[in-house]
Write a protein that binds this ligand. Structure first.
Ligand code: SAM
Length: 277
C-alpha cells in the first residue's frame, strides 16, 4: 500500500508557532523532503526529532519529485517542509503535490503559519476579498506587465518582498497606483523586531529612503478606490501610451490594443482606432 504526502507548515519566525499536528507528523513520517536540509535539521533538532532528510527545491524539483513519489508508492510517508511558512505558497512543492495526485497518492495538509494570511489579518480591512501577488518578477518586462494588470484592481493586493528590492518595488507601486495609495507594511512577523503599520506609498518611500529596509516584508496594498483614480481621459491617454510601447516592442496593433484596454479599463476599439490613426 502506498504511503502519504503531508504538506507541513512551519513557523515564519517564532518557533513557538509550530503546531501539535506538525510535530506529530514530523515524528511519525519516514522522511522529510525539505527546501533546505540545514534549515529543516535545525527545526527538527530544536524539537528533538531525528529523521532522514532529502532536499527538494526549485532546481531539482522534477527529478527529486519523481524519487519522492517512488518512495511514497513503496509505502513510506513523506513530510514536505520549506524554510518558513506554508509549502507551495511562493515556495517549492506545487509540482510534488501534482505528481503525487497523478500517482494516486493521498495528500494531506498540516496547516499553520503563512505570512500572507498573518499580514492580511493585521491590515484592518473589511474586505473579505484579496489577491495574492507573491513576489514581483526581476525581469523588467514581466514586472511591468504584472503591475499594469493591477492598475484597476479593486481588491487589496498582497505582495512578498525582499529588503534589498523593497525601495524599487515601492517606487514602481507609487508610479502605478499613485503615491497616495494606502498600504500595510508588515515586517519580521512573529520575530523580535516585528512591526506593522498603515501608511501611504509616498510615506513608506520617504521612510525607507532615509533608513534602509531590513528583514522580511509583506505589503498589503489597498485596492483602487471605487471612483477611477484618474478621469477617463487620463486613463485613455495612459492606455494609448502603453499600447504604443507594445507596438514599438513588436506586438501587433490588435494585441497591443487588447493588452492596454484590459490594463487600464478602457474600450479596446477606441485604443485600436487611435493606434491606427
Ligand atoms: N511559504 C511562505 C509563507 O507561507 O508565507 C513564504 C515563503 S517566501 C519564499 C518568503 C517571503 O515571505 C519573504 O520574502 C517575505 O515576503 C514573506 N515572509 C516570510 N516570513 C515572514 C515574516 N516573518 N515576516 C514578514 N514577511 C515574511
Amino acid at each position: 500500500m502506498s504511503g502519504t504526502l503531508y504538506i507541513v507548515s512551519t513557523p515564519i519566525g517564532n518557533l513557538g508557532d509550530i503546531t501539535a499536528r506538525a510535530l506529530d507528523t514530523l515524528r511519525a513520517c519516514d522522511f522529510v523532503a525539505a527546501e533546505d536540509t540545514r534549515v529543516a535539521m535545525r527545526l527538527l533538532s530544536h524539537f528533538g526529532i531525528s529523521k532522514p532528510l532529502v532536499s527538494y527545491y526549485e532546481h531539482n524539483r522534477r527529478e527529486r519529485g519523481e524519487e519522492v513519489v517512488r518512495r511514497i508508492l513503496s509505502g513510506e510517508d513523506c513530510a514536505l517542509t520549506t524554510d518558513a511558512g506554508t509549502p507551495v505558497v511562493s515556495d517549492p512543492g506545487g509540482m510534488l503535490v501534482a505528481q503525487c495526485r497523478e500517482a494516486g497518492i493521498p495528500v494531506f495538509t498540516i496547516p499553520g503559519p503563512c505570512a500572507l494570511v498573518s499580514a492580511f489579518s493585521l491590515a484592518g480591512l473589511e474586505s473579505t476579498r484579496f489577491t495574492f501577488e507573491g513576489f514581483l518578477s526581476v525581469n523588467r518586462k514581466n514586472r511591468r506587465e504584472h503591475l499594469d494588470s493591477l492598475r484597476t484592481e479593486r481588491r487589496p493586493m498582497i505582495f512578498y518582498e525582499a529588503p534589498h528590492k523593497l525601495l524599487a518595488t515601492l517606487e514602481d507601486f507609487a508610479e502605478v497606483f499613485g503615491p497616495e495609495r494606502g498600504l500595510l507594511v508588515a515586517r519580521e512577523l512573529t520575530k523580535t523586531h516585528e512591526e506593522s503599520f498603515r501608511t501611504t506609498l509616498a510615506d513608506a518611500l520617504a521612510r525607507y529612503r532615509e533608513t534602509p529596509p531590513r528583514g522580511e516584508f509583506v505589503l498589503v496594498v489597498d485596492g483602487a478606490p471605487d471612483a477611477p483614480p484618474a478621469d477617463a481621459a487620463d486613463a485613455f491617454a495612459a492606455a494609448l501610451e502603453a499600447a504604443r510601447e507594445k507596438v514599438a516592442e513588436g506586438a501587433s496593433v490588435r494585441d497591443a490594443a487588447r493588452y492596454a484596454a484590459e490594463a487600464y479599463g478602457v474600450a479596446r476599439n477606441a485604443v485600436y482606432e487611435a493606434l491606427r490613426r
